[in-house]
Design a protein around this ligand. Structure first.
Ligand code: CP
Ligand code: NVA
Length: 290
């Protein structure tokens, strides 16, 4: 939400250009350093950031917070002040979104959300690129979110406003997105409890794990509550015939998505994962030019 619509479209188009013309792998980030503070696990986000910096001629430093003084109680504000005097951008994956905002407030350089409990915006850049590449502009399209109203869902809500598509959310009661965010996005977002009803005529269907990082203890309970929310072939058959399926990954086949849907031809999850790299490159270049 810190980037306007034109800036977001510019990043998507640049990501597509970088993907299609590997010769654009220039040295635009030469001598630049990205610090990566991670308090949660990651495969895609970490590798995408590190490879992006390498391909653009810069450097990255991975900081598992437990190995830093942050993990021993040095205040977030002080860590931000120190790191931002040495590096050109910082990315953070953490639990409380407020920690990320506090970090950004005290940083002298751009701070990128690599996932918090509330949002996962970098994933949405990759998702938007994937839609644009496969089907063209997402403006006016019908997107259905099936599952937990957590970080990925809330980033879809923000994307619905920024990219002007209609988002239908099918989540069990008690797992809704933040009411204030729902109210703020009401022109683009609605909740439909029945997932089969929600996917009807969708251009894109997407979901995420039922128990996110930090919710491991609730996993057993969540498996029961979300049991009717699996995206399977029967559910996908209600969407438009050419509807795409997205998943930010990692996926749990047999839980939020059936193996048949995840591995079907209209599931573009591997492309979506690859696009994490291209959108990271475009985002880092953009922040560098600002
Ligand atoms: N989709 C995503 O963010 O994956 P990682 O947790 O592997 O980074
Ligand atoms: N909602 C998931 C996304 C993982 C990329 C989580 O927060 O664990």
């Amino acid at each position: 939400m810190d980037l306007d619509k034109d800036e977001l479209h510019h990043i998507i188009q640049r990501a597509i250009a970088l993907k299609n013309s590997p010769m654009l792998h220039n040295d635009s980030l030469q001598h630049k350093t990205l610090a990566m503070v991670f308090e949660k696990s990651s495969t895609r986000t970490r590798v995408a950031f590190e490879v992006a910096m390498t391909q653009l001629g810069g450097n990255s430093i991975f900081l598992a917070s437990a190995d830093t003084q942050l993990g021993r109680g040095e205040p977030v504000e002080d860590t931000a002040r120190v790191l931002s005097r040495m590096v050109d951008f910082i990315t953070i994956r953490t639990f409380e979104h407020s920690k990320l905002e506090l970090f950004a407030k005290h940083s002298l350089v751009p701070v990128i959300n690599a996932l918090s409990d509330d949002y996962h915006p970098c994933q949405l850049l990759a998702d938007m690129q994937t839609y644009f590449e496969n089907r063209g502009d997402i403006q006016g399209k019908s997107v259905t979110w099936v599952g937990d109203g957590h970080n990925m869902c809330q980033s879809y809500m923000n994307a619905a406003q920024q990219f002007d598509f209609q988002l239908t959310i099918a989540c069990p009661e008690g797992f809704d997105p933040e009411p204030a965010l729902l109210a703020a996005r009401s022109a683009h977002v609605r909740i439909v409890r029945d997932p089969h009803e929600a996917v009807r005529d969708a251009d894109l269907v997407t979901t995420d794990v039922w128990a996110s990082m930090g919710q491991e203890e609730e996993r057993k309970k969540r498996l029961q509550i979300f049991a009717d929310y699996q995206v399977d072939e029967e559910m996908m058959a209600l969407a438009k015939p050419d509807a795409l399926f997205f998943h930010c990954l990692p996926a749990h086949r047999g839980e939020e998505v059936s193996a048949a849907v995840l591995d079907a031809p209209n599931s573009v999850v591997w492309e979506e994962a690859e696009n994490r790299l291209h959108t990271k490159k475009a985002l880092l270049e953009f922040l560098c030019q600002k």
